[in-house]
Design a binder for this molecule. Structure first.
Ligand SMILES: [Zn+2]
Length: 623
């Protein structure tokens, strides 16, 4: 960091000065030649550090905990002052220092953008999308000062109808137009992703705040219905945390593709990637399973507007973007958010209790099918997100647990325990509101033990022993007992087929296989490729490995559903002969089948009459 003298003098002028003087840092971005996938980005510093101004690009983007080294996409960079070139020295993989310059300094880069994800930057002749972390250099010493961004239209008739969608506040740009936008500091600059192109757009208000839904990509979504349903979700979340929304405007930036799923949260917007089939069609009345997926995703990212964008771990206050920022709290920021995303859908009446319990049953099934939950606790999973959760490999299910899945189940247990112990007077909702007031609204980071302390404070209960068990041990969660206190029966059974995701009771028509091979597979033509070999399973004991291509089971090619068909007729202890290629060598393996585990969860309402009260307090009354 540069000297305090430099920071104070510049920041003072930056905040108070007149229009021309008001911003010492100005950026421009141009999707200059979209067909080359290169953005041209400039960063102008009015009064650079006399000893040599330093610049850096972030190594990661908040919300996605992996080192991505965005600087690798910079294909050229140069500096100039008053038209004269200024030498740039590269200090490390993402930091540069300009030679001392007496006047304004302008750094110009070309940034390659071909990452079609919510975390990156993408550019072609059909649209442009970027996250600021991928394209805007941080100017050392100026991080806390205001900056301007001019977004320029690519030249050519082809781009005549392009518009701009972003939650970044406008300066002289017209609504959805090219022109100048402003940010209070660098952190804000990179927290408003931008989409350019010919997108579909609709607007609604939620508790007085304007919300946009912008969709890029071919689709036939019923925009009116989307607005109506998202409004319910947004109003629910705003009410949940208080009377007023913390943002003045909000933008859902969605990209519809054939098959895709993902989202990244921001302070006043979210970037979503969804399957076009997940969007509601004209004339469709019900909330289909597909549409439920989209609503759950939108609800998740919107809840983050409070939980992680404003209620933040101390480790992210401020973000250190040049290296990993470790916290054991991702279970709370992602897990609690995952708990409330679907819960909001049932509480605001978009789905019924039966559908909600089905979704919850699926989460429990995913958890029970992860042998790694006995190896890694959820605090460790949070801390190691950088090297484990975000870098999944063939051993991941055996070695770790997801802080999303287990975190959401810890949130469920905590909620049900608080409700049960206080006879419904308190709940996890109270803890979340306390977090909002103490940390989110006040802008104070949450210490590593802050969630646990506040859980006790907000409810008056002794919860440490339970939380210690759920967060820092690998003992099983008391799901069945806690669900029973709220009139929900939890039943476990073996999977009926490899497509059985759980959540539903056993079908009387299907004869469930009694045995399991202990693998996860992916179809590869008429063969099956082993993606994971699960710990303690029959396949592992027989020596099968990830990457093996199963070409025959009992002498027959497996094909689609072939594995299920073979297993359906077998008993525990029987053997099957498997032919598989490992590398280019054919091997024959005899697998002694094991009894299928009861790892598939179905939930149902069991309480009747007045005993339904706890359930209704938790999920809302049936509509
Ligand atoms: Zn999330």
């Amino acid at each position: 960091m540069p000297s305090p003298r430099t920071r104070c003098s510049k920041r003072g002028r930056g905040v108070r000065g007149n229009d021309d003087m008001s911003t010492a840092i100005r950026y421009t971005i141009t999707p200059a030649r979209p067909e080359t996938h290169l953005y041209r980005v400039t960063c102008a510093v009015e009064d650079p550090e006399p000893s040599g101004q330093r610049f850096a690009l972030p190594a990661w983007i908040p919300g996605s905990y992996m080192i991505r080294e965005f600087a690798r996409h910079i294909v050229s960079i140069r500096a100039a002052s008053r038209g004269k070139p200024i030498p740039l020295a590269k200090l490390d993989k993402h930091t540069w220092r300009a030679a001392p310059a007496s006047g304004p300094l302008v750094v110009t880069c070309e940034v390659y953008a071909w990452d079609f994800s919510v975390r990156g930057a993408h550019l072609d002749a059909t649209h442009a999308f970027f996250n600021g972390a991928c394209v805007f250099l941080r100017v050392f010493g100026w991080e806390d000062g205001p900056c301007e961004l001019e977004i320029l239209r690519p030249s050519g008739a082809r781009y005549r109808n392009w518009r701009v969608a972003t939650s970044m506040p406008r300066k002289n740009a017209r609504p959805y137009g090219f022109g100048t936008y402003v940010a209070a500091d660098y952190d804000e600059l990179i927290d408003h992703p931008v989409e350019m192109g010919e997108f579909a757009r609709a607007t609604f208000r939620a508790r007085g705040v304007p919300h946009d839904i912008v969709i890029t990509g071919r689709h036939r979504a019923d925009m009116t219905r989307l607005c109506r349903d998202l409004k319910r979700v947004c109003e629910h979340h705003i009410r949940f945390f208080g009377r007023l929304a913390p943002m003045r405007r909000y933008v859902f930036l969605a990209t519809a593709v054939g098959e895709g799923y993902g989202g990244l949260e921001h302070r006043a917007s979210t970037a979503l990637l969804c399957s076009r089939d997940d969007l509601p069609r004209e004339g469709e009345r019900q909330v289909s399973e597909h549409y439920r997926t989209f609503l759950g995703l939108a609800s998740h990212e919107y809840f983050h507007t409070w939980n992680v964008k404003r209620i933040k771990p101390a480790a992210f206050s401020p973000y250190g973007l040049d290296r990993e920022s470790y916290t054991t709290l991702l279970w709370a920021f992602e897990g609690i958010t995952s708990y409330y995303d679907d819960l909001a859908l049932v509480r605001c009446g978009l789905i019924g209790r039966k559908e909600y319990l089905e979704l919850l049953g699926r989460s429990i099934t995913t958890y029970l099918r992860t042998p790694g939950r006995a190896k890694q606790n959820v605090a460790e999973s949070s801390f190691d997100a950088w090297i484990k959760y975000y870098r999944q490999d063939e051993n991941s299910p055996n070695s770790g647990v997801s802080y999303y899945v287990k975190g959401s189940l810890v949130a469920l247990c905590l909620d049900l325990l608080i409700r049960d112990k206080t006879r419904g007077r308190k709940s996890l909702d109270d803890m979340m509101r306390a977090l909002w007031l103490r940390h989110g609204r006040a802008g104070v980071g949450v210490d590593e033990d802050g969630i646990e302390r506040l859980a006790e404070e907000a409810t008056g209960l002794k919860l440490r022993r339970h939380l210690d068990d759920w967060l820092r041990s690998t003992r099983e969660l008391p799901l069945q007992a806690l669900l029973a206190t709220h009139g929900v029966r939890m039943e476990l059974r073996p999977a009926e087929s490899s497509a059985d995701k759980g959540g539903k009771a056993a079908s009387s028509k299907v004869l469930a296989p009694r045995v399991a091979l202990g693998v996860r597979t992916r179809g590869e033509g008429k063969d099956l490729s082993v993606t994971h070999v699960l710990d303690g399973g029959a396949a592992q004991e027989a020596g099968l490995a990830a990457g093996d291509l199963l070409v025959a089971l009992e002498g027959l090619r497996p094909g689609q559903g072939g594995l299920d068909a073979v297993l359906a007729k077998r008993s525990p202890g029987e053997s099957v002969v498997v032919h598989a290629f490992r590398r280019d060598e054919l091997m024959s393996v005899k697998v002694r089948l094991k009894r299928a585990g009861a790892d598939t969860c179905a939930l149902s309402e069991s309480a009747v009459g007045a005993r339904r009260r706890p359930l209704e307090r938790w999920l809302g009354k049936r509509r």
